[in-house]
Write a protein that binds this ligand. Structure first.
Ligand code: NDP
Ligand code: 2IT
Length: 449
């Protein structure tokens, strides 16, 4: 990974050196810095004031032991993280990921992306991320609860409604947020609703938060399609993963007239030419917490499962990677382009490798980067914080209208910024530059802190 800009190249080299081995963090840094050459040309003072170096250094990084006892009575030890990246625009805000692949470098890449994403929403939220290398797969509900309680027994001292507001991510949904909120409430003796988002509706949650990331991604892709006089109607849609983001992206894509023909999990891919039955998929994934393979037998209509299959070999017009980072490679991107893909929107964080992104750009495919496309989740978290602060609870319709308006505004901000900087249609540059400018302006105003 190199940078050609003469001011930014040494900064990147230094960042790689001081964050050794954190390859996903390097990748995220490289992508954002690659967009900033033209910004520094217009605002040389930002470089002179060290704003680039400062924005790339987390304000605070917390790592801690998470001990817990499994159902067999064995002591288990995991590592917990919270990286509080930037609070210029508001309290640190971002999800928690529980997955065995979680390392400090992963949390830093996610926290860094979150800073720009949150800025793009136009809402008063800084950026952070956290999690643990805990693997919830195969764990009982009581094991998950004990883990969440132990995790919060350390985390509680670092978070708060005005300090840092975590939410869900991979492996963390409403159940885990509930266990963590319960422990926070018990330790602090405060019903501080605004300390976590993604809560259940009876205990301070917001309508539409569960659906928000997937719905928001589809709203964003709809705006990209509109810019070329197209829409979802009759288009074949493929969505990787089958978790929170994937399910609700499929639901909104189908509502807009798309035909969703494939989705996946880490075991393999299911194909259903009749269109994925979302009620059945939700029953399998959300209620039974099972694997996608189950879908085939229960659907019984010729749907089929390919173990370890590559979902990007499926013919489609619209691709929505919604599982995890670097899941869509250069090879996959070439297969999609060859099969006639029109638009790609990143539902996950950094799911496309740099080579894949280049392939899409070179082929003039509409490409929505994650920090813009999947910002609807955190934006609705900010709406949840707003409702908590005013002790209010909005209807589904009002909340979804707000989400749709936010996604349209993000799309337009990315597009107009790309135009202004001489890169029309480049949503990657538009998102990076617009996000950077909002954070940099606030950081500049707040002095050297
Ligand atoms: P979930 O845990 O609900 O679902 C994750 C899905 O991705 C599962 O189908 C899982 O399959 C698959 N997956 C996860 N890790 C891997 C892996 N290493 N290899 C293959 N498949 C994998 O998570 P979410 O839907 O919440 O998150 C999905 C993506 O969206 C992540 O990148 C997350 O950061 C991003 N995101 C989430 C937001 C949210 O509000 N939840 C907001 C914005 C972005 P399996 O069960 O087999 O592991
Ligand atoms: O990556 C993300 O934006 C999230 N996991 C959601 C963060 C949030 O605070 O709602």
């Amino acid at each position: 990974m190199t940078l050609t800009d003469e001011k930014l190249a040494p900064i990147f080299a230094d960042l790689v050196n001081r964050n050794q081995g954190e390859v996903e963090f390097h990748q995220a840094l490289n992508e954002v810095l690659s967009s900033l050459g033209r910004v520094i040309g217009k605002h040389p003072d930002y470089a002179e004031k060290g704003l680039i170096e400062r924005i790339c250094e987390p304000e605070r990084q917390i790592m801690f032991r998470v001990p817990w006892v499994d159902d067999a009575g064995q002591v288990q030890i995991n590592r917990g993280f919270r990286v509080e990246f930037n609070s210029a625009l508001g309290p640190f805000k971002g999800g928690l990921r529980f997955h065995p692949s979680v390392t400090l470098g992963i949390v830093k890449f996610l926290g860094f992306e979150q800073v720009f994403k949150n800025a793009l929403t136009g809402m008063p939220i800084g950026g952070g991320k956290g999690g643990a290398d805990f693997d919830p797969k195969g764990r009982s509900e009581m094991e998950v609860m004990r883990f969440c309680q132990s995790y919060m027994t350390e985390l509680y001292r670092h978070i708060g409604e005005y300090t840092d507001v975590p939410a869900g991510d991979i492996g963390v949904g409403q159940r885990e947020i509930g266990f963590m909120f319960g422990q926070y409430k018990r330790i602090t003796n405060r019903y501080e609703s605004g300390v976590l988002t993604g809560k259940g509706l009876t205990w301070g949650g917001s309508r539409v938060r569960k659906e928000a990331t997937g719905y928001g991604a589809v709203y964003f892709i709809r705006e990209m399609l509109k810019s070329r006089g197209e829409d979802f109607a009759g288009k074949r849609v493929v969505v990787s993963g089958s978790g929170n983001v994937a399910i609700y992206a499929m639901e909104k894509a189908a509502e807009f007239g798309g035909k969703v023909v494939a989705c996946s999990d880490s075991d393999g891919v299911i194909y259903d030419e009749g269109g994925i039955d979302l009620e059945l998929l939700k029953e399998i994934k959300e209620v039974r917490r099972g694997r996608v393979e189950k879908y085939v037998a229960l659907r019984g209509n010729g749907a089929h499962f390919v173990k370890n299959g590559c979902i990007w070999d499926a013919e489609c017009d619209i691709a929505i990677p919604a599982a995890t980072q670097n899941e869509l490679t250069g090879r996959d991107a070439r297969a999609l382009v060859k099969n006639g893909v029109v638009a790609v929107g990143e539902g996950a964080n950094m799911p496309c490798t740099p080579e894949a992104v280049r392939v899409f750009m070179d082929a003039n495919i509409l490409f929505g980067p994650g920090k813009a496309t999947n910002a609807g989740g955190v934006a609705t978290s900010a709406l949840e914080m707003q409702q908590n602060a005013s002790r209010d609870s909005w209807t589904f319709e009002k909340t979804e209208d707000r989400l749709a308006a936010i996604m349209i505004a993000i799309h337009d901000r990315c597009a107009s910024t790309a135009d202004e900087y001489g890169l029309p249609g480049n949503y990657v540059a538009g998102a990076n530059i617009a996000g950077f400018l909002r954070v940099a302006e606030a950081m500049d105003a707040l002095g050297v802190v």
